[in-house]
Each structure stands twice: as structure tokens, then as C-alpha cells.
Design a protein around this ligand. Structure first.
Ligand code: LLP
Length: 421
């Protein structure tokens, strides 16, 4: 659910009319609802009630400082995958003991930064990484708490580009080698093994793959304990999907996911961490864009909007569907017409939707792409020298620009012309 609803025929974000924001900020822009972010964080937190747990928001989904601060204020931990994300989490006031460091290619500099700044744990993904982390920790006179990310060889049944739990994927160590790797880790004085990590993919729309993976984690926990390791924490990753196409999608709810965790892992006495990103931020955001032209093609009509693939790359990159709605609600009974909705970038891939039915639209009117709060702004670029678009946060009656649109000069001045040219 979200807080983008029509009131008197005008799309609102909580209590603020979207056209009012568009008039002040200009289009295109990302718009987030604080109420939805809070609600979704709470759904996960409540789903794990009764178990010792921490919800570590996967901030790669949306790492704006205001979003991080809002979640940090609620007690959220953060899952980070780079030194940049670690620094962002710290800047938003997240204490080191609530930051988990994931990712297959952590550099020694990133390890050093997190060890000095404070870290809850590193999720280690290979033997060479383990060796490097041990060396860095020893050189600082510190001990790095770790889990090892295992690859359970489970098909997450999601888009191939975001599936991570099959043996052919680059992530984690094969679960069949876990015993060996934990034995190696136990000998390293700079590491303290505390648990197991798993993450099988993103935008999962069924619970069965989680169940298969978590059963393997339960077995592995018992096996490693029998081999003398202390396993007190299980990081179960993120990945729970959201309904991008409201008319025909109903992915499992966080409460059902929590129930599955309790059923498969609840008797192990471990502290549970989860790393949801998309479900917290995805439906908390929309992308608001304006129609520049309505163009008649040979056999179709194009709606050319002022947002493009550089602002929201998901349709071009994953053939992703985003519901698209007019900001001024169509009058009841108006016949819909199919449009190809495209941006101004000079690539045919810059197409948000094909044959999408909408009430007839005119130049100057606003449309909103739903479910754009996760993997939207964070994946944007300035391709075609289109400056990054602003982000706005609504909270009840108030709104604020939480990232301003750079001027053309700002954009150009990031480059330097060498004096010898
Ligand atoms: N934990 C780890 C280790 C991850 O790699 C990810 C996402 C998450 C947690 C959060 O997953 P979520 O709950 O958000 O599904 N850009 C793609 C999604 C990439 C996901 C990468 N890893 C998209 O736009 O669909």
C-alpha cells in the first residue's frame, strides 16, 4: 500500500497535491512519502516480533540522506555495499553497530574505514576476501565480526539480472564448501565468526525459494555448531517483491515472510537480520513527469515525456513494468487510448511502456510512474547531459526538496579542462 491517492481528482502525496510540488520544483522529479517509508519499515519490524532481530535497510534501493535519517530515527540498521554507502549511513547518524557490510568486492580501504568507524559485521563472500579482512583487522589491532555468505544454489524465480542464489552467480561461497571455509576462518585471529549470511535475489514474488534457502541455512547452522563454531546470528538478506502491476500482482506480505522465518529458523536461538530494500522504498516513491509532445506515429501514438531512461533505467534494463497514471484523474467513463510512453534520450531503448492505455493526454499534463522509490534515483545518470532530477519528501502536510536539481553550470563544472588544452 502507499500514500499516493486522488483527492478531488488530483493526485496527492499524503496531504500535498502533486501539481503544487511540480509548480515549485519543476519536472521531472522523484517524490517520496514519509508515511509509506515508516509503514513498510514497521511491517518488517513487526513481522519479526518475538525474535531477537534487526531490520537492516538495504540502502542501495534509495540512499538519500533524508530517507536514511527517517529510517535511522526508527531504529533501523543499514546494509551497505560500498565505502560510499557506509559514509552515507554514518552521515545520517546510523551507529556503526547497526551497519552490516555486504558485497563481493570490498577493498582493503573500505574494510579499514568500517573497522575504524565501527561495524556490526562484515558479510564475507570469498576466501581471498577473508584473508584480506583478517590482515586489515590485525594491522589495526582489531577483530572483525563476520558471517560468511553462502550460496545455497536456489532458484529465486526472478529476473536473471537480479537473481543471486544460484551456483552460477558470483555471490557467496558454495554451501558445499562452507564447512571448510568456516574452519579456515576460525583459525584467523583477526576474525570473529558469528553467523551465516544468505541473499538469493531481488523482487521475489513467492516464498518457496526462501523456504528452500532457509532450510539449508538451518541445516548448516546445526552442522557448523556440531563442528565447534559459534553461530549466533543469521542474516537472511532481502528481496521480498512488491506489486509493480497493481491489477494482477500480489506478492507475499512481510508478515507471511516473518512467519516463514520463524518456522524455518525460529528454534535455533539466533538473532535474525533481514536486509529489505525495495519493499521499504519502492512503493513509497513516484516519478512525476510532464508530457512534452503527443506524437502521431505510423501505427501508434507516442507520449513524449520529460523524464528519460537516465532518470529511471528499470524499464530499459530489466523490461520492468511501472504503472503510469495521470496526475489529474481521468473523468469517469472516458475511453482510454494506447500510448507508447517514451523519453527524449536518443535511443529506442528509452521507452517506459508500450501500448499502455491511458485517458487521452495533452502536452503540458503531468503523469506519475508508480513504484519508483527503489532503484530509481540511485540508478540515475546524466546521460545526454540531462542533470540529475530532484528528490522531494512529503510528510503529512509538509514537503521538502531533499536533493536539489543541479544547474547546468554545476553539471559542467564537475569536469576539468587540463591547462595544456
Ligand atoms: N541484500 C543484498 C546483499 C542485496 O544484494 C540486495 C539487493 C538486497 C539486500 C536488497 O534487495 P531488495 O529487498 O531491495 O530486493 N536494481 C535492481 C535490483 C537490484 C538488487 C540488488 N541487491 C532493480 O531495479 O530491480
Amino acid at each position: 500500500m502507499d500514500h499516493f491517492l486522488y483527492q478531488n481528482g488530483i493526485l496527492h502525496a499524503e496531504d500535498v497535491a502533486v501539481p503544487e510540488i511540480a509548480a515549485q520544483v519543476g519536472t521531472p522529479f522523484y517524490l517520496y512519502c514519509a508515511a509509506t517509508l515508516r509503514r513498510h519499515y514497521r511491517l518488517f519490524d513487526d513481522a519479526l516480533e518475538g525474535m531477537d532481530h534487526l531490520v537492516c535497510y538495504a540502502m542501495k534501493a534509495n540512499s538519500n540522506q533524508a530517507v536514511l535519517k527517517l529510517l535511522a530515527n526508527m531504529g533501523a540498521g543499514m546494509d551497505v555495499v560500498s565505502g560510499g554507502e557506509y559514509a552515507r549511513a554514518k552521515a545520517a547518524g546510523v551507529p556503526g553497530e547497526r551497519i552490516v557490510f555486504s558485497g563481493i568486492g570490498k577493498t582493503r580501504d573500505e574494510m579499514r574505514m568500517a573497522l575504524i568507524g565501527g561495524i556490526r559485521q562484515f558479510n564475507v563472500e570469498s576466501e581471498p576476501e577473508m584473508v584480506a579482512l583478517n590482515e586489515v583487522a590485525l594491522s589495526l589491532g582489531l577483530v572483525a565480526p563476520i558471517t560468511v555468505r553462502v550460496n545455497p544454489d536456489v532458484d529465486a524465480k526472478t529476473h536473471a539480472k537480479i537473481a543471486t542464489g544460484k551456483s552460477e552467480n558470483k555471490f557467496g561461497i558454495p554451501i558445499s564448501r562452507a564447512s571448510q571455509v568456516y574452519a579456515q576462518a576460525a583459525k584467523m585471529k583477526g576474525l570473529q565468526v558469528i553467523g551465516i549470511d544468505v541473499h538469493i535475489g531481488s523482487q521475489l514474488t513467492e516464498l518457496a525459494p526462501y523456504k528452500a534457502a532457509y532450510k539449508k541455512v538451518a541445516e548448516l547452522t546445526k552442522q557448523l555448531r556440531a563442528e565447534g563454531h559459534t553461530i549466533t546470528r543469521l542474516d537472511l538478506g532481502g528481496g521480498l517483491g512488491i506489486p509493480y502491476e497493481r491489477s494482477n500482482e500480489a506478492p507475499p506480505l512481510p508478515v507471511e515472510y516473518g512467519q516463514l522465518i520463524k518456522e524455518t529458523l525460529g528454534d535455533l536461538g539466533c538473532e535474525i537480520e533481514i536486509e529489505p530494500g525495495r519493499l521499504i522504498a519502492g512503493n513509497a516513491g513516484i516519478l512525476v513527469t510532464q508530457v512534452i509532445y503527443v506524437k502521431q506515429g505510423e501505427d501508434r501514438q507516442f507520449l513524449i515525456v520529460d523524464a528519460a531512461m537516465n532518470d529511471l533505467i528499470r524499464p530499459a534494463m530489466y523490461e520492468a513494468h511501472h504503472d503510469i497514471i495521470p496526475v489529474v484523474e481521468a473523468a469517469a467513463g472516458v475511453a482510454q487510448t494506447p500510448y507508447d510512453i517514451v523519453g527524449p534520450v536518443c535511443e529506442s531503448g528509452d521507452t517506459f511502456a508500450k501500448h499502455r492505455d491511458l485517458a487521452p493526454m495533452n502536452a503540458g499534463e503531468l503523469v506519475a510512474f508508480r513504484s519508483a522509490g527503489a532503484y530509481g534515483a540511485v540508478m540515475a545518470s546524466e546521460y545526454n547531459s540531462r542533470p540529475m532530477i530532484p528528490e522531494v519528501l512529503v510528510d503529512g502536510h509538509q514537503f521538502a526538496v531533499i536533493r536539489a536539481r543541479p544547474s547546468l553550470e554545476d553539471m559542467i563544472n564537475r569536469d576539468t579542462i587540463p591547462e595544456w588544452l
